[in-house]
Design a protein around this ligand. Structure first.
Ligand SMILES: [Zn+2]
Length: 317
């Protein structure tokens, strides 16, 4: 079924366990470095997979996409200072995707950020960030004006309510947003990052989306969600049947991801925010290409080769 595959002559997928965060030679050379900060879903049920957040490094640029639970802690584990992040792109405003935003706003600042925190996201982002500054007014006032006298510029926020299209372009890195379909939750965006002739697309939360397929065409890496649990599993966590069916209906089934991957034909597809071995098997019924399930701190180096590095297995709770 080579019709689904792009030439793989230059492709090397290697799954390595790396000790610590020692950057490899490939890391320095890769036009795109993707770090899955959090590969998990909403509730804190697995301390191996925290909330959704992705770091993309391209040259001097360090861009964060979503900001789920404990994103700041995974960022530290990835060897990136809190103060190094001043650009965050949000797929949508569901709390599991943004709950660490105050942490990044405030801890980044008290760790030395001297530039405003720039935040891009769907309608409502500007107002949310304005309200966040009000919520933390005591801390901001005290640390900026009274005690430590941290940078006034560093606690400013530059928030943008985005639409489809290019939302950021600097240092040869282009970030484009495209609408996806998260049911009645609107608007929700996926993002595509292009740099150095390479590219990655991220689905955000979505059910099957034709718009994603058209915008993700030709990417090296496609990071896509898949329904994180079944109706029965959600009911076991306390949801009513109606709530559980609604949640599942607003995400992409494993079979549908196979269709998405087979049409986008990335060099590597990755499940994040869900994904189990049974889902991979289901997707492979229509998609014969490379597909991996993300772990926290999984790193993907994208250049002539696509190289996957994973941290050693941790003890699970
Ligand atoms: Zn959502």
């Amino acid at each position: 079924m080579k019709i689904y595959l792009r030439p793989f002559a230059a492709l090397l997928i290697s799954t390595l366990s790396i000790a610590g965060q020692t950057p490899s030679v490939a890391a320095a050379a890769a036009p795109l470095k993707i770090v899955i900060l959090g590969a998990g879903g909403g509730p804190p049920v697995n301390n191996q997979k925290y909330g959704p957040a992705i770091l993309i490094e391209a040259g001097q640029e360090k861009l964060m996409f979503d900001c789920g639970r404990a994103a700041s802690m995974r960022l530290a584990e990835a060897g990136v200072g809190q103060n190094e992040i001043d650009k965050i792109f949000l797929t949508h405003l569901h709390s599991d995707h943004i709950i660490s935003l105050p942490d990044m706003l405030l801890t980044g600042w008290t760790s030395g950020r001297k530039t405003p925190l720039q935040v891009w996201g769907p309608a409502g982002t500007k107002e949310m960030m304005s309200n966040m500054l009000k919520t933390f007014d005591f801390d901001i006032h005290t640390r900026r004006d009274v005690d430590e006298k941290f940078s006034a510029e560093g606690i400013r926020v530059a928030a943008t309510d985005i639409g489809e299209g290019v939302v950021y372009e600097h240092n040869g890195v282009k970030v484009s947003a495209f609408l996806v379909d998260h049911g009645p939750v609107k608007p929700v965006f996926g993002y595509r990052v292009d740099a150095g002739g390479h590219s990655v697309a991220m689905s955000g939360d979505t059910r099957f989306s034709e718009n994603l397929i058209s915008h993700a065409g030709g990417v090296d890496v496609l990071i896509h969600e898949v329904a994180p649990a079944t109706v029965a599993e959600f009911m076991g966590r306390g949801q009513t049947r109606e709530q559980a069916e609604s949640i599942v209906a607003h995400h992409t089934s494993a079979a549908e991801t196979g269709v998405v991957f087979s049409r986008v034909r990335p060099r590597l597809a990755i499940y994040a925010h869900g994904g189990r071995p049974a889902d991979v098997a289901e997707a492979h019924k229509s998609y014969p290409g490379q597909l991996e399930i993300a772990d926290d701190l999984m790193t993907i180096l994208v250049g002539d080769k696509v190289e996957v590095q994973r941290r050693p297995a941790q003890k699970s709770n």
